[in-house]
Design a protein around this ligand. Structure first.
Ligand SMILES: Cc1ncc(C[n+]2csc(CCOP(=O)(O)OP(=O)(O)O)c2C)c(N)n1
Ligand code: SF4
Length: 295
């Protein structure tokens, strides 16, 4: 975070839980993601009014409403542009963005590279359930080849997007993956992503119990998940991260794939630097309008 932090954490998970009752299907993976977010925010220790949570549209994009942070359940695929604008205008806020795999890698896929190259201090959490949950189970960009859905009755002929490779290839400085099958692990990842100074991406394999397949469910995750730290992964190497990310869709690796040991400056820091350099030459605020008015 490049923003000021409050004093030592005096917050508990319950302080981030809103009065709105989630309307997700019983057993939806997003419940676990929400728990991990509450816990991570409690550990971070900033009060809810200093946090803004922006989402797109989808089952997963309902998540800001279930927290006591400021929330904006915006437009399908547009969480990142809104989050970037907000962070630029109000750099002191802790800004989180969230949504589904459809929201982030289909309609919103074109925004991801730009958020990465601008490197604003944002945390982007994608609940990757390999389906369009809200609109009743259509093929999504991360659905595997052969997926049978209402829009691919004979099995999908398309290869899935690999979100981990996608963001690593565009230069993201913090890339991690978790699952609600391991809430303590997911909490630690989200907390670290929030603390990371710059754009941080967390892919969460969040099962859709209604339209998802059996091997995408919590029970299966528990059986197959492997922590990156247990396989000798070096998270300071982008090459190693890319190599491990290739297993997306075949293995369930969790933890931090890449954490840049020398994070580049955030957009906010560069803007402030430019601002300070140019301020001495700037026209007084009260004269700016006159400069644009034709006399
Ligand atoms: C511009 C626009 N196009 C399409 C839709 C319809 N729509 C709403 S949510 C959604 C996809 C939801 O899938 P995902 O983003 O993966 O989230 P999930 O519901 O699975 O959490 C679609 C296609 C929309 N609301 N707005
Ligand atoms: S449809 Fe799927 S993603 Fe949506 S609430 Fe139900 S289980 Fe969750």
């Amino acid at each position: 975070m490049d923003t000021a932090t409050s004093s030592a954490s005096t917050f508990a998970s319950k302080d981030f839980k809103s009065d709105l009752k989630p309307i997700w299907c019983p057993g939806c993976g997003d419940f676990g993601v929400l728990q991990a977010i509450y816990r991570a925010l409690a550990a971070i220790g900033r009060p809810p009014h200093e946090i803004a949570f922006i989402s797109g549209i989808g089952c997963s994009s309902r998540i800001p409403g279930y927290t006591t942070a400021y929330g904006f359940n915006s437009v399908h695929g547009r969480a990142l542009p809104i989050a970037q604008g907000l962070k630029l205008a109000r750099p002191e806020l802790l800004v989180l963005a969230a949504g589904g795999d459809g929201d982030g890698f289909s309609i919103g896929g074109g925004h991801v590279p730009h958020a990465i190259r601008r490197n604003d201090d944002l945390t982007y959490i994608v609940m990757d359930n390999q389906t369009y949950g809200l609109t009743k189970g259509q093929l999504s960009p991360t659905s595997h080849r052969g997926s049978r859905t209402v829009t691919s009755a004979h099995g999908s002929l398309e290869n899935p997007v690999n979100p981990l490779m996608y963001v690593l290839a565009y230069g993201a400085s913090f890339v991690a993956q978790g699952t609600p099958a391991d809430i303590p692990g997911l909490t630690a990842i989200i907390e670290e992503a929030i603390r990371f100074p710059g754009f941080a991406f967390v892919n969460v394999q969040s099962p859709c119990v209604t339209y998802g397949e059996e091997d995408q469910q919590i029970k299966h995750h528990k059986a197959v998940m492997k922590k990156l730290e247990s396989v000798g992964h070096d998270a300071t190497s982008r090459i190693q991260a890319l190599d491990k990310a290739q297993t997306y869709g075949q293995e369930l690796l969790t933890g931090v794939f890449f954490r840049d040991p020398n994070p580049p400056p955030t957009l906010g820091a560069l803007v402030r630097e430019r601002h300070e350099a140019l301020m001495p030459k700037a026209a007084p605020r009260e004269r700016i309008l006159d400069m644009f008015v034709q006399h």
